[in-house]
Design a protein. Structure first.
Length: 175
């Protein structure tokens, strides 16, 4: 890779690696798996960097690769158990209102972990990454109608989730 092209790649990784890792975490519920999926996605991107940069689809390609890498890992038999992130949040030292925020994150993470992978991906991309239906469909390699139906089913399950009842206003899921 040419030095200027490699510098563009390094700048992209520096600017977007954390958000890609957050997306992977919301999909799988485990920081270690999210970091692994993000690293794998960045390696895949490095291999085709010149081509995707010329096409101008770097951001969309990055999301698509992170989502597919994370979902592939969830499909593997050794990755069937989804960790809810309790270990990660249990070690944080928080005081007052911050403790409530951490508890809310844990509740939301647990509820997301109970959704099927495609529904979880739709909710994460639509509401956490704030993508449009079309952008989400592109990232998941499906039709916009599929995104809409999967999102609707996921939101119905989340609305019915007992531990999310008190958080429904907070996360914009008014019944």
């Amino acid at each position: 890779m040419k030095p200027d092209t490699e510098q563009d790649y390094v700048e992209f990784v520096t600017a977007h690696a954390n958000s890609l890792c957050r997306t992977a975490y919301l999909l799988c519920g485990d920081w270690r798996r999210a970091e692994d999926a993000t690293q794998e996605a960045l390696i895949r991107m490095y291999r085709v960097w010149g081509r995707i940069q010329r096409k101008g689809v770097v951001g969309a390609y990055a999301r698509k690769v992170v989502v597919s890498t994370t979902l592939d890992a969830l499909r593997r038999k050794s990755s069937q158990e989804v960790v809810t992130g309790e270990e990660y949040f249990a070690n944080e030292t928080v005081v007052g209102d911050a403790l409530g925020l951490v508890e809310n994150r844990m509740v939301i993470t647990k509820a997301l972990a109970e959704l099927p992978p495609r529904q979880r991906a739709c909710v994460v991309l639509r509401y956490f990454d704030e993508l449009s239906v079309e952008e989400t469909a592109l990232a998941l390699d499906c039709r916009p109608g599929t995104v809409k139906s999967q999102t609707m089913r996921a939101l119905d399950k989340l609305r019915a989730h007992p531990s999310l009842a008190e958080l429904s206003e907070l996360i914009g899921m008014e019944a």
